[in-house]
Design a protein around this ligand. Structure first.
Ligand SMILES: [Ca+2]
Ligand SMILES: [Ca+2]
Ligand SMILES: [Ca+2]
Ligand SMILES: [Ca+2]
Length: 280
């Protein structure tokens, strides 16, 4: 019973509030829409509501025109003397709307005697005022020299807070003698990037590989960011010990034949001297 009574009272309150708003809120006389880029300097011209709404001369002054915003944010101001809407506070689209592409500010211009209400919307266009940013300036990756072809190594993505073509569009990797890039669209429009091994590594040939990963947006002018990838090739015991091809025959000869040869020579010399001695 109690909850039913409460529900009735809340329902009545909503009904009377709705009636009061309908009775005392000024009717929307007209509406107009403008479009400006973000980051315009304070005082920049947005539009002339005097001429665009077809108001009588000095109506904004006689009607004590005022700008009303529901959330008290005051991005746009009104100059009653000339009817100009101007930027009152710099608008950062990224701060105002984040990842949402459609971005606008809305407010009412209210006049008295007679009461009039004009609804004004200003679309905020994105400009390419942010470069992609990597979380780190360097990436170090340790990879075994026996890593199989096709092995994938995820990399940390760059972030560009702009939207549309002004946000991150692609990556490049240089050089590509061992690794190529694989980029896939992830959740929320992010791009997941990874390196894929396409040519075998050999620590005994090259222990370090330095690559440059570049992230680019699609704005004009285009903005980019780079990160250095230092790949350390880890050793694997993939070589059996071998004798030197140069020293081995010499050693064999020297170790086994040289003493014998020396002995024979001495013997022959001795024999010769001995024989010679006899003949002489
Ligand atoms: Ca901005
Ligand atoms: Ca922007
Ligand atoms: Ca950008
Ligand atoms: Ca090795």
């Amino acid at each position: 019973m109690e909850s039913g009574g409460k529900g009735w009272r809340y329902g009545s309150l909503f009904f009377y509030t709705a009636c009061a708003l309908a009775l005392f809120s000024p009717r929307v006389t007209g509406q107009i829409r403008y479009s400006i880029p973000e980051e315009m300097p304070v005082g920049s011209f947005v539009g002339n509501i005097d001429s665009d709404l077809g108001l009588e001369p000095k109506r904004l002054i006689s009607g004590k025109a005022r700008v009303f915003t529901a959330d008290s944010s005051e991005y746009i101001g009104l100059d009653k003397e000339n009817g100009h809407l101007v930027v009152k506070n710099k608008i950062d689209r990224e701060e105002l709307c984040g990842e949402v592409s459609a971005c606008s500010v809305s407010f009412d211009v209210i006049l008295e005697n007679p009461m009039e209400l004009y609804r004004v919307s200003v679309d905020i266009q994105d400009i390419n005022d942010n470069s992609p940013v990597f979380p780190k300036s360097k990436i170090e990756q340790k990879i075994s020299e026996l890593a199989v072809l096709g092995a994938r190594f995820p990399l940390e993505s760059a972030i560009d807070p702009d939207v549309g073509v002004n946000t991150l569009q692609k990556y490049t990797l240089q050089p590509t003698d061992h690794f190529k890039l694989n980029v896939q669209n992830g959740a929320g429009g992010n791009k997941n990037v990874e390196m894929v091994l396409h040519s075998p590594l050999d620590r005994e040939k090259k222990q370090h590989h330095n690559l440059i990963l570049t992230a680019l947006d699609g704005g004009k002018p285009q903005r980019s960011a780079t990160v250095q990838i230092n790949i350390i090739v880890l050793d694997v015991n993939d070589n059996a010990p071998v004798f030197s091809q140069v020293l081995y025959p010499k050693c064999l000869f020297f170790c086994f034949y040289a003493p014998l040869s020396l002995s024979l020579s001495l013997s022959i010399y001795t024999e010769f001297k001995f024989v010679g001695g006899i003949s002489l």
